[in-house]
Design a protein around this ligand. Structure first.
Ligand SMILES: Cc1cc2nc3c(=O)[nH]c(=O)nc-3n(C[C@H](O)[C@H](O)[C@H](O)COP(=O)(O)O)c2cc1C
Length: 175
């Protein structure tokens, strides 16, 4: 069994996936993990949309000019949204859930990548969030944080090298 430390060390963003569906059991396990994410005051203001429709994935891949093209070829993606009405820290709540999804995927030997939607533009006049919201019929009350792509890895990424970590970022007692 992989330790949590090994899991963190080995998790890298994966943007190329095998052309192979992810088993429903694995998807369910990832989604249950997301639902166990910690959230401020237990508000649980997040919502998760699982997308495996090829046409939708293709359209989602154009949510930004750069950085989202590979969504078109992912077998699966989870769109993470949250309600600013339910939580004043929806962004944090949703980010934690997105990372839990990524770690759960790694635990199941699946690759994943965070694709930023919030605070990004689709066109000069439409945000990436507005584009994804209308594409997936997401209620206006929700903000779209990101798209987490998922699938069997089709690229080799090296684990983190402990020798090269930014130890200069660590402080003790005072900065
Ligand atoms: C908040 C956030 C936004 C990100 N947005 C994107 C994105 O839009 N497209 C992308 O390909 N990767 C995106 N990433 C993945 C990062 O590029 C990646 O995590 C970083 O380069 C470190 O690499 P690693 O995940 O392999 O450790 C994002 C990651 C985070 C945490």
């Amino acid at each position: 069994m992989t330790s949590f430390y090994e899991l963190v060390k080995n998790r890298r963003s994966i943007r190329k996936y095998e052309d192979r569906a992810v088993e429903q059991e694995k998807i369910d396990s990832i989604l249950r993990s997301a639902l166990m994410s910690p959230a401020s005051k237990r508000t649980n203001g997040w919502e998760f949309i699982v997308v495996d429709d090829r046409e939708l994935l293709q359209k989602m891949s154009t949510c930004r000019e750069l950085g989202s093209k590979f969504v078109a070829d992912a077998p699966l993606a989870i769109v993470v949204c949250a309600s600013p009405e339910k939580s004043d820290v929806w962004f944090e709540d949703a980010s934690i859930a997105a990372l839990i999804i990524q770690l759960a995927a790694q635990d199941l030997d699946l690759g994943s990548c965070w694709v930023q939607v919030y605070n990004r533009m689709h066109t000069e006049t439409e945000t990436s969030g507005e584009y994804i919201r209308s594409l997936l019929n997401i209620p206006e009350s929700l903000e779209v944080l990101n798209i987490v792509t998922l699938g069997y890895k089709n690229e080799d990424r090296k684990p983190y090298d402990e020798e090269k970590l930014s130890y200069d970022k660590l402080h003790r007692n005072t900065f």
